[in-house]
Design a protein around this ligand. Structure first.
Ligand SMILES: Cc1cc2nc3c(=O)[nH]c(=O)nc-3n(C[C@H](O)[C@H](O)[C@H](O)COP(=O)(O)O)c2cc1C
Length: 187
């Protein structure tokens, strides 16, 4: 926490400019409760993890990513669903974050949401992500579950998430995340 402002780091495994998950992250940034702020981190520059290259030094974009995670009080991930799972961009970033002596996500509160044009709103990817969280010891909010289905009908041409139910879900998810952060920092 810096200047009593709770810091949340948010990212998505979509690199797509018109990404529905990016739209959901931007909506979350607007909905952030008072006293908390969301920084959206772009994963586009993070290279594929190769242990040979890693042994020679951590790439700059990975260092920068890990520093932002370390400074955050909590994490928000908006995941697309690719073939019933999380996309490689997200898994790769999480794999990098899991490495080193002090992995920055260890024990950190997390909130997950997903958006998809499909009927299930990325539910299957969320449950795969929860499995990865066990290994990283990321502590996810269980409820509410925010799965934005038919996302193409809920995000405007300008990339604004306009669906009331989805926005309410994101707001409740953020409140639950902040509660978990407060509890984790009381200890
Ligand atoms: C390789 C690939 C696999 C996909 N598999 C699924 C899937 O299993 N379930 C689903 O709901 N959507 C699937 N989609 C569609 C994505 O949900 C859709 O492209 C979505 O817009 C991606 O998220 P974004 O808008 O944040 O980029 C897939 C898309 C790609 C490119």
């Amino acid at each position: 926490m810096k200047n009593n402002i709770m810091k949340i780091a948010g990212f998505t495994g979509s690199l797509r400019q018109g990404s529905f998950n990016k739209a959901a992250l931007r909506a979350a940034r607007e909905l952030m409760p008072e006293g908390a702020e969301l920084e959206i981190i772009d994963l586009a520059d993070i290279p594929f993890l190769n242990e040979d290259a890693e042994a020679l030094g951590i790439p700059g974009p990975v260092e920068a990513f890990k520093k932002k995670l370390a400074e955050a009080d909590g994490i928000l991930i908006a995941t697309p669903e690719y073939n019933y799972s999380i996309p490689p961009v997200l898994k790769n970033a999480l794999d990098w974050a899991s490495r080193g002596k002090e992995p920055p996500l260890y024990g950190k509160p997390l909130a997950i949401l997903s958006a998809s044009p499909g009927m299930l709103g990325g539910a299957r990817a969320q449950y795969h992500l929860r499995q990865v969280c066990v290994s990283l010891n990321l502590i996810p909010v269980n409820k509410p579950e925010v799965m934005i289905s038919s996302a193409h009908t809920k995000v405007s041409a300008e990339g604004v998430l306009e669906d009331e139910r989805a926005l309410r879900g994101i707001q409740e998810l953020l409140e639950a995340l902040i509660l978990n952060i407060r509890k984790s920092q009381e200890k």
